[in-house]
Design a protein around this ligand. Structure first.
Ligand SMILES: [Zn+2]
Length: 197
């Protein structure tokens, strides 16, 4: 069994939850306050780019990156998704899973709204159940049912941008789950139900 983390700095862990059920602590928690949970008029579909969709990401702690088109001509580009899956892999186990490409759509839409061209720095992507369990033992905040385990979530930041601003904007878009981890300076984004904490 591999030792979690190896020589790599330990990833800060979010406490994302699946299914949109928020605990009281989450609701009262980290800085987003009690913003309303209504979806943006027009829904998520209207906010996703209709033409080619690009994404630029870089993995924290490694040199892995992707910059390019992952959706074109009405379909996801398999080769691009494979590269993104690698960037979003579970680093502690070097385990790759097919990520839900709707997560990339959420990121694409958020980047477009922020007019961001810089790379998302991905702190955590896919988490194997064993990794999530290890995080859970280290940090009681970590959900035992995490969308990271389903390849539907990522913890990330946009270097040079305030995480608070990114979280607020993403939350108003209502595309999925948004969690602000102000102390660690990152935002959890997922393509599950619209919710925020
Ligand atoms: Zn997360």
């Amino acid at each position: 069994m591999r030792v979690f983390g190896g020589n790599r700095p330990k990833e800060p862990a979010c406490d994302c939850c699946a299914g949109g059920v928020l605990g009281r602590r989450n609701l009262l928690g980290a800085g987003l306050g009690l913003m309303a949970c209504a979806a943006v008029p027009g829904g998520a579909e209207a906010q996703v780019a209709r033409g080619a969709r690009r994404l630029t990401v870089r993995r924290a702690y490694t040199s892995d990156s992707f910059s390019g088109v992952y959706f074109a001509d009405g379909r996801y580009v398999a080769d691009a998704l494979s590269k993104l899956d690698w960037v979003f892999r579970d680093l502690s186990r070097e385990e790759v899973t097919p990520m839900d490409p709707r997560l990339f759509d959420v990121m694409n839409a958020v980047a477009a709204r922020m007019e961001a061209t810089e790379a998302f720095e991905v702190i955590s992507g896919y988490r194997a159940p064993e990794t999530n369990a290890a995080l859970d033992r280290r940090n009681s905040r970590v959900s035992t049912v995490s969308l990271h385990m389903s390849g539907m979530a990522g913890d990330m930041r946009l270097p040079g941008r305030e995480s608070m601003g990114m979280a607020r904007l993403a939350a108003t878009m209502g595309l999925g789950g948004v969690g602000l981890y102000r102390r660690d300076g990152f935002v959890h984004l997922d393509c599950g139900q619209s919710r925020r904490w």
